[in-house]
Design a protein around this ligand. Structure first.
Ligand SMILES: NC(=O)C1=CN([C@@H]2O[C@H](COP(=O)(O)OP(=O)(O)OC[C@H]3O[C@@H](n4cnc5c(N)ncnc54)[C@H](OP(=O)(O)O)[C@@H]3O)[C@@H](O)[C@H]2O)C=CC1
Ligand SMILES: CCCCC/C=C\CC(=O)/C=C/C=C/C=C\[C@@H](O)CCCC(=O)O
Length: 328
C-alpha cells in the first residue's frame, strides 16, 4: 500500500479561487494489478484551464491537471520501472494507472532539458503556441504578430517561434521584469499593460502599420482595443481569455463587427487537442529548437506539493514568468 497526497476541490470557485476551495486529503493506494503501474509525481502543472474548466469537477473530487511522473512499480511491460510519463493524473503525489492517457517520455530525453519542460514549452503549452501559429494563423515570414500574456507558458513560446519564422513580434505582459524578459527573448517591442497610459497609443507606436496576426490569450478590453489595429485581412487566433475566467458577472465589451467587416478579418478559436495526432512531431520540433538554443523555456518553479493551491492562484495573479510548475 502507498499513501498518496491529493488536493480535492471543496466547492467550485466563485470569482477568484481561495485557499478554502482546496483540501489536502490522504488516499491509500493498493498495489498495482496485472497491466497496472504505480506512478510517483515529480513535477505538476498549474494552468489557466483549471479555472475555466472547474465546472467539470464535482466538489470532493481531486483537482484536474497534468504531471510528469516516474514509474515506481509496474505490471505493464509498456511502462517499465524507471520510465517517465506525462499524464492527466490530477493533483496527486501517487497514482495507479493502466497506461490509458499516459504519454511515455522518450528514453533519450536530453539531460540538459528538465523533465518538467514536458509540462511547458516542450509540452501542451508549447504545442498550443506552435499549432496556434501554424495551423490557425499560418504566420508568414515578414508579418507582424501581437501576443498578450506574452511572458507566460504559451505566450513566450509564441513570440520565440514567431522570431524563428522571421516575423516582427509585439508582446504585452504585466510587469517590468516580464517586459525585460521578453526583450531578452528577442521580442521587437514589449510593454507592461498595467503601467502604460494608453493601450491604443502603445499598440500604434509599436506597429504604426498595424498587425497581420494576433495571438489572443487575454480577452476583455485588450481585445477590443487591439481589434481596430489589425491590418486588412488580419488573422486572429483566439487561444484563451484569461482576463475573463474569474468574473462572477460576464464582462461586456464593444461588438467586434465593425472591425471584422471593414478590415475583412479572420478570427478562429482553437483547442490544442485538435492536433494531438501531430504531437510527436510537434514535440520533436520544439525539443530541437530548445537544443539549438532557439527556444528558451523559462519556468516558475514552486517547491512542495503542499503549495499547489498557492502556485495555482499565483499563476492566475501573474506571479509567474514562464511556465508555472510545482516540484514535489
Ligand atoms: N486553447 C488552448 O488549447 C489553450 C489555451 N490556453 C490559454 O492560453 C492563455 C495562456 O495560458 P498559459 O500560458 O498556460 O498561462 P500563463 O503562463 O501565461 O499564466 C497566466 C498569465 O495570464 C496573465 N493574466 C492573468 N490575469 C490576467 C488579466 N486579468 N489580464 C491580463 N493578463 C492576465 C498573467 O500574466 P501577466 O503578468 O501578463 O498579466 C499570468 O501570468 C490562457 O488564456 C489559457 O487559457 C492555454 C493552453 C491551451
Ligand atoms: C473566456 C472564454 C474562454 C474559455 C477558454 C478556456 C480555456 C482555454 C484553455 O486554457 C484550454 C486549455 C486546453 C488544454 C488542453 C489540454 C489538457 O492538458 C488539459 C485538458 C483538460 C481536459 O480536457 O480534461
Amino acid at each position: 500500500m502507498v499513501q498518496a497526497k491529493t488536493w480535492v476541490l471543496t466547492e467550485r470557485f466563485e470569482g477568484f479561487p481561495k485557499d478554502s476551495n482546496f483540501r489536502l486529503q490522504l488516499e491509500q493506494l493498493p498495489d498495482p494489478k496485472d497491466g497496472e503501474m504505480l506512478l510517483e509525481a515529480l513535477f505538476l502543472s498549474v494552468d489557466p484551464y483549471m479555472r475555466a474548466y472547474v465546472m467539470r469537477i464535482q466538489p470532493g473530487e481531486v483537482m484536474m491537471g497534468s504531471q510528469v511522473a516516474k514509474v515506481i512499480k509496474s505490471h505493464n511491460p509498456s511502462f517499465p520501472v524507471g520510465s517517465h510519463v506525462v499524464g492527466r493524473c490530477g493533483w496527486r503525489t501517487h497514482s495507479l494507472s493502466d497506461g490509458a492517457g499516459l504519454t511515455l517520455l522518450q528514453a533519450d530525453w536530453p539531460q540538459e532539458v528538465s523533465l518538467s519542460q514536458a509540462l511547458g514549452g516542450i509540452g501542451m503549452p508549447g504545442l498550443t503556441a506552435l499549432y496556434g501559429l501554424e495551423e490557425v494563423l499560418d504566420l508568414k515570414e515578414g508579418e507582424t504578430l501581437l501576443v498578450n500574456a506574452a511572458a507566460g507558458a504559451v505566450g513566450s513560446v509564441v513570440g520565440q517561434i514567431a522570431k524563428i519564422k522571421g516575423c516582427k513580434v509585439v508582446g504585452s505582459a504585466g510587469s517590468d521584469a516580464k517586459v525585460a524578459f521578453l526583450k531578452d527573448l528577442g521580442f521587437d517591442e514589449a510593454f507592461n499593460y498595467k503601467t502604460i497610459t494608453s493601450l491604443e497609443e502603445t499598440l500604434k507606436a509599436a506597429s504604426p502599420d498595424g498587425y497581420d496576426c494576433f495571438f489572443e490569450n487575454v480577452g476583455g478590453p485588450f481585445f477590443s482595443v487591439a481589434l481596430p489595429q489589425m491590418k486588412q485581412f488580419g488573422r486572429i487566433a483566439v487561444c484563451g481569455g484569461i482576463s475573463l475566467y474569474n468574473d462572477t458577472t460576464p464582462q461586456t465589451g464593444p461588438y467586434p463587427h465593425t472591425s471584422m467587416v471593414f478590415k475583412q478579418l479572420k478570427m478562429e478559436g482553437f483547442l490544442v487537442n485538435r492536433w494531438q495526432h501531430k504531437n510527436p512531431e510537434g514535440i520533436r520540433r520544439l525539443l530541437a529548437w530548445a537544443k539549438e538554443g532557439k527556444l528558451h523555456c523559462r519556468e516558475h518553479v514552486t517547491e512542495g506539493f503542499e503549495k499547489m493551491p498557492s502556485a495555482f492562484m499565483g499563476m492566475l495573479k501573474g506571479e509567474n514568468i514562464g511556465k508555472a510548475v510545482i516540484k514535489v
